[in-house]
Design a protein around this ligand. Structure first.
Ligand SMILES: NC(=O)c1ccc[n+]([C@@H]2O[C@H](COP(=O)([O-])OP(=O)(O)OC[C@H]3O[C@@H](n4cnc5c(N)ncnc54)[C@H](O)[C@@H]3O)[C@@H](O)[C@H]2O)c1
Length: 251
């Protein structure tokens, strides 16, 4: 991709799954990459797997004070920021009527508040520097309803609207977009899904396969690069065609 060489890139939730694959991809593009994650053991493992990482910063994205401290650490490391991959997120499977107020706050606290807190710190630095790109992690769950993830779905829908609003206020200096994956097989899900579960998901997807973390990493790389210089305020679905149809399209 054009324009990623030597760019200073921060990836939240970068110690695992899609975030780790994205860190690897940006290192391959010649970027300078740091990750921010709340899992210390996973950060150590990421640093071992990707020795090119410039740093790992420990913080919980849902804690505003921890995020502010993390960015002071980042200032010492990079002295600014060009690209933010705002990826950290969690989900808890639970019927709507069983979601406790505490669970609601935990899930939206990471997935929506966390995206806001990190984006605000990043945007201040990009505006003071040479501009930049912010890519927020949404989901197909933010676009259509899914059973048993009401808190997650609502938070991801919020991320999509937050991204549009940020694009309006932060342009022309910063481009902002959201990325909305469908089923992506991270190592954790690989261990969790039985072969039957996997087949049933695959059968619902026109491309008849689940996505790989590297597929999403490639989309992040494109959207962060100069190839996407005229793209802002949008969301990009990467789901093998899963949500292309409605009920009427089901065979
Ligand atoms: N895997 C999928 O199918 C899928 C689909 C759509 C969207 N997403 C989104 O992609 C993102 C990454 O998902 P993944 O599947 O790679 O998950 P994962 O669990 O494999 O990785 C998430 C990473 O985020 C970190 N993290 C979690 N909460 C954090 C917090 N409060 N502060 C800092 N770090 C935190 C974890 O330690 C972990 O390293 C999430 O936002 C998720 O909602 C995933």
């Amino acid at each position: 991709m054009r324009g990623l060489l030597d760019k200073r890139v921060l990836i939240t939730g970068g110690a695992g799954g899609i975030g780790l694959a994205t860190a690897k991809r940006f290192l391959e593009e010649g970027s300078r990459v740091a990750i921010l994650d709340r899992d210390a053991a996973a950060c150590r493992s990421a640093q071992q797997q990707l020795p090119g990482l410039q740093g790992t910063i420990l913080a919980d994205v849902s804690d505003d004070k921890a995020v502010a401290r993390a960015f002071q650490e980042l200032d010492g490391l990079f002295g600014g920021l060009d690209v933010l991959i705002n990826n950290a997120g969690i989900s808890i499977r639970q019927p709507f009527l069983s979601i406790t107020p505490e669970q609601w706050r935990t899930v939206t606290g990471v997935n929506l508040d966390g995206v806001f807190l990190v984006a605000q710190q990043a945007a201040r630095r990009m505006l003071a520097g040479n501009g930049g790109v912010i890519l927020n992690m949404g989901s197909t769950n933010g676009l259509v309803g899914y059973h048993y993830y009401a808190d997650y779905n609502a938070g991801k829908a919020g991320v999509i609207e937050l991204s549009r609003s940020m694009a309006l206020e932060l342009g022309p200096t910063i481009r902002v977009n959201a990325v909305c994956p469908g089923f992506i097989m991270t190592p954790m899900q690989e261990a969790e899904y039985t072969p039957e579960m996997r087949r049933s998901f695959e059968n619902k997807i026109p491309l008849r396969k689940l996505g790989k973390p590297e597929d999403v990493a490639a989309l992040f790389a494109f959207l962060a690069s100069d190839e996407a210089a005229f793209i802002s305020g949008q969301y990009f679905v990467i789901d093998g065609g899963e949500i292309a149809g409605g009920l009427a399209s089901q065979a």
